[in-house]
Design a protein around this ligand. Structure first.
Ligand code: BEZ
Ligand code: FE
Length: 293
């Protein structure tokens, strides 16, 4: 008999979907709706407030296009992208933590030689970043690929500074036979996430500035290993308040004075080793891996 109250409407939903053949979908839907309903009960959500929520989600969809994914920005600025990364990182074998991809990655970066600069168009104060790409036992991974991309000293990516079709501050390197990589780079600046859409409005309305600390993004690839999307972060004024929650302690680097032991001894240096995990590593069986809720 259809006679819902504030609580039984949740059970009625569970009852309707109980025949879902895909048990993982059933688990996700049960948990999602259980939390959504209890959120509405907890805050005593009004119909006008939910209408505002629907308008917000509609605007997020309408702001999204080929060049801009406002839902990803929402995920990043809610901490959900980082939560996904932390859940993915929770494997038997520990590798370098993942960090958010951001919207400025390109699948086809310029192919560069070890030691080349990523800053082709606007050389500024430089540093050399270098290290070894290893497996979880500490063994170097020869010839692993490493894509690097970063913003300039004004906090702008190439597409923002020059429009589409111009490559700068991005490149793909192949580590040497000992898994070593090194490249010249300018020192990036912190920057604002796109604040001109509904997510920007929400960030402002929740008393945040939308700033990310200076960082360099990386994607590492090698056969037999899981793709690693990560970033290293510099200690600037935004390091504790990253609007996209990408910073983890182990990803924070320092710019050290030049050293004769670095691959480019004349430059300030950023040493950093990456650890990739094998593609065979299985996800740690956490709460979401157990039986349906
Ligand atoms: C980025 O790191 O490139 C980024 C991440 C989230 C939102 C905007 C930009
Ligand atoms: Fe970025």
């Amino acid at each position: 008999m259809i006679d819902f109250d504030e609580k039984s409407v949740t059970d009625a939903f569970f009852d309707q979907i109980k025949g879902t053949p895909n048990k993982r979908l059933l688990q996700i839907m049960r948990a999602a709706i259980r939390h959504l309903h209890s959120f509405a009960r907890e805050v005593d959500l009004t119909r006008d407030e939910w209408k505002a929520g629907i308008n917000f989600l509609t605007a997020v969809g309408q702001q999204s296009s080929e060049d801009r994914q406002e839902f990803v920005l929402l995920s990043d600025t809610s901490g959900l992208s980082t939560l996904m990364n932390l859940l993915e990182d929770r494997r038997g074998d520990k590798g370098t933590n993942a960090s958010i991809l951001g919207p400025f990655y390109r699948e086809d970066p310029p192919i560069l030689e070890l030691g080349d600069t990523v800053a082709k168009l606007k050389p500024g104060p430089e540093a050399v970043m270098y290290g070894t790409i290893k497996d979880v036992r500490g063994k170097p991974i020869p010839h692993a690929l490493l894509d690097a991309w970063l913003a300039d000293e004004k906090g702008l990516y190439d597409v923002q500074e020059h429009g589409p079709g111009v490559d700068d501050l991005r490149g793909r390197y192949r580590a040497d036979e000992n898994g070593r990589y090194w490249f010249r780079t300018t020192i990036p600046s912190g920057y604002s996430i796109p604040m001109d859409g509904p997510v920007g409005d929400l960030v402002r309305n929740t008393a945040r500035d939308g700033m990310r600390p200076a960082h360099i993004h990386f994607r590492l690839m090698h056969q037999g290993f899981q793709d690693l999307v990560t970033a290293v972060y510099f200690k600037d004024q935004y390091i504790e308040t990253d609007a996209a929650f990408g910073v983890l302690r182990k990803l924070v680097v320092e710019i050290l004075p030049p050293s004769k032991d670095s691959p480019i001894p004349s430059l300030p240096r950023i040493p950093y080793d990456f650890t990739m995990i094998p593609s065979s590593a299985v996800r740690h069986p956490g709460p979401l891996g157990s039986a349906a809720a």
